[in-house]
Design a protein around this ligand. Structure first.
Ligand SMILES: *Cc1c(COP(=O)(O)O)cnc(C)c1O
Length: 399
């Protein structure tokens, strides 16, 4: 996508605006499947929570993706978008037993990450095949908010509890058809990932009738120039070799599954916002935009560094700006960033705005959620209208 295209889309659909480049989603999907092209049975389950617009789900369906869901509502969105139940895996954490049963009744693959639920489910529904989410206790990356495999994590059943898992399976005669892990969002070191994979293989050997091994996600994408990203091609080579050897020793055809969210949609997304005010204080030049952490919370929540470009003045002389929102509390997108000279009315473009951006947005300060546009075949298609005052009132009951 070119900046001129983005400027035109903001003129047509207004600001703030989310734009997703369909080509980029496709090329990331192909990049991942090509890296594992030697695996006869590869399955990519797109993690819906990253960006859950049904048009994006439909696009992913047309390119061959399956879905990874974490709530019954995501399951329903996936079915609504046209996926078959067999194309959906449901990996909840801390949900009610009734919600898991509801998902099972819809025919989607259940993935259980808790011993008590496993025992209860196996007792009540011994015929429904279940996948088990293992916590291999491997730290991938340094941020404990996004590394979910470590010892204090609430996710998964500890690998050290395997004897108890096996006891439950034996007692209930339930059928385990998959083993799963998802160690977090930052695979920087492929060796660490391969180490966790070994733990999964070892766990898998405890079960005789597995159909798939799901290695979760954690593929890192670059947010800024010079950022390290996961070397998918190298991971593909190394894990393929190891997986095929495991499959042979296991003696049964297995599917290798991944469930990327960020990898597929992060770089496809652009967030466009207009500068309402340029405010010079005694120490700082603030650029205040017509948005805030109600629309893009990652910088405030995770300290994420989204690259910001002034697409109204791309060739302008760079100056230092602190980019802030219009929310009535501290609402900073970037501190002292070099950005091409900003005038009031200019359009700023935030990169990597595909994953966990719109899907984490809210109506805080009673603001409308932005519109979303899919850029496909050189055209912008509106896939979500901007909210209106009626949306704010919806479900509210006046006295
Ligand atoms: C969030 C999530 C993912 C996707 O993670 P990314 O870092 O976006 O690739 C995959 N699997 C599960 C179970 C998740 O909760």
């Amino acid at each position: 996508m070119q900046s001129q295209d983005l400027v035109k889309l903001a003129e047509e659909f207004g600001s703030p605006l989310y734009v997703y480049d369909a080509e980029k989603i496709k090329s990331q999907y192909n990049r991942l499947s090509n890296a594992f092209s030697k695996v006869p049975r590869l399955r990519i389950n797109y993690a819906v929570k990253a960006l859950s617009n049904i048009a994006v789900l439909q696009l992913l369906k047309t390119i061959g993706s399956n879905l990874d869901t974490v709530s019954i509502q995501e399951v329903k969105l996936g079915l609504y978008a046209g996926f078959n139940p067999e194309q959906i895996i449901y990996t909840p954490n801390g949900v009610s037993f009734e919600e898991i049963e509801e998902a099972a009744n819809l025919g989607v693959q259940i993935n259980i990450d808790n011993l008590s639920i496993l025992e209860h489910f196996g007792t009540k529904h011994p015929k429904i095949p279940v996948c088990i989410r293992i916590n291999p206790h491997v730290m991938a990356g340094g941020n404990s908010n996004i590394s979910v495999g470590h010892i204090d994590s609430k996710f998964g059943i500890s690998i050290h509890q395997m004897p108890h898992i096996l006891r439950i399976v034996e007692n209930t005669k339930m059928h385990i058809n998959g083993i799963h892990m998802h160690t977090g969002s930052d695979i920087l070191d492929i060796e660490v990932f391969l180490y966790a994979a070994e733990i999964l293989f070892e766990a898998a050997n405890n079960f005789k009738e597995l159909d798939f091994l799901d290695f979760g996600s954690g593929f890192k994408v670059p947010y800024n120039k010079g950022d390290i990203e996961t070397n998918i091609e190298e991971l593909g080579k190394k894990l393929t070799k190891r997986f095929l050897a495991f499959e042979t020793s296991y003696g049964r055809e297995l599917t290798l599954a991944f469930e990327p969210g960020k990898f597929l949609v992060s770089e496809a997304g652009y967030f466009l916002a207009k500068v309402n005010v340029v405010k010079q204080t005694t120490s700082t030049v603030f650029a205040g935009i017509d948005s805030g952490f109600n629309h893009l919370i990652r910088p405030m929540l995770y300290g994420s560094q989204h690259y910001i470009e002034n697409i109204s003045n791309p060739k302008g002389k760079e100056r230092f700006y602190t980019v802030v929102g219009y929310i009535c509390e501290t609402d900073t997108f970037a501190n002292n960033r070099r950005i091409a000279e900003i005038k009031e009315g200019d359009l700023l473009c935030f990169r990597n705005a595909g994953a966990y951006c719109f899907s984490m947005s809210s109506n805080y300060n009673s603001r409308y959620k932005p519109a979303e546009v899919l850029w496909k075949d050189g055209k912008g298609i509106l896939i979500r209208t901007r909210e209106t005052f009626e949306d704010l009132l919806k479900n509210q009951i006046a006295l």
